[in-house]
Design a protein around this ligand. Structure first.
Ligand SMILES: C[S@@+](CC[C@H](N)C(=O)[O-])C[C@H]1O[C@@H](n2cnc3c(N)ncnc32)[C@H](O)[C@@H]1O
Length: 198
């Protein structure tokens, strides 16, 4: 999978654009800055925006090329991000160390998703917020981006089950017209999920 993403990121262009995802931008804007983790952060559009709003940003992605592009974007905007190249499945951050964790179009195979979600929950401080924006299972009927394996897509039911011990703030499916680089372009079916660790 790492070579798949390195190849996708190989061009000079930012495949998902340089601007943050709109739902994630609104999440960053309305919350008090703290320490935030971006797993599967790719080329850095969300992490850099959060750093520009004074969040202390930690990011991880398995693609080395993504890291180079994310750091270039950070430099362009005069901010610093702590970006590791690695696999979220095998890495280890200290438990209860983040005020927020934000997943933006981070779609995992079902065999590892539950394990990763449990791990991410352990990294949040009590009162910390988990934010997810990604494609719903309906996205299989659209051609505006995302994995072609329906099992990697989200549903509100799945997220409720996986984070059943969280206090749910938002869990909704909706249609949106994506304009996020060449990678996310056109009408899409999205899920937005926000929940607080008790
Ligand atoms: C669709 S891209 C989304 C990038 C970014 N979050 C955004 O919204 O622009 C998914 C990213 O997840 C990364 N990824 C997938 N599985 C991963 C894993 N197990 N550990 C770390 N990164 C992973 C890929 O390398 C890729 O950069």
């Amino acid at each position: 999978m790492q070579s798949f993403w390195d190849e996708r990121y190989a061009s000079q262009k930012y495949i998902y654009g340089e601007e943050p995802n709109p739902q994630l931008k609104y999440f960053i804007d309305r919350n008090t800055p703290g320490k935030i983790l971006f797993p599967g952060e790719g080329e850095g559009r969300n992490a850099v925006y959060a750093a520009m709003q004074n969040w202390k940003v930690v990011a991880i992605d398995q693609s080395n090329i993504a890291k180079i592009k994310a750091e270039a974007l950070a430099t362009k905007h005069g901010v610093k991000i702590d970006y590791t190249v690695g696999d979220i499945i095998t890495n280890s951050y200290p438990t209860r160390s983040f005020d927020a964790i934000a997943l933006s179009f981070f779609h995992l195979p079902p065999q590892v998703r539950n394990k990763v979600h449990t791990y991410l929950a352990s990294l949040l401080k009590p009162g910390g917020i988990l934010f997810i924006v990604g494609f719903s299972k309906q996205q299989i009927n659209y051609n505006s981006g995302g994995p072609s394996n329906i099992d990697m897509l989200y549903s509100t039911k799945l997220l409720l089950e996986e984070f059943n011990d969280f206090q749910i703030v938002t869990n909704q499916q909706f249609e949106s017209h994506l304009n996020e680089g060449d990678g996310h372009d056109g009408l899409a079916s999205l899920i937005e999920f926000e929940a607080v660790k008790k």
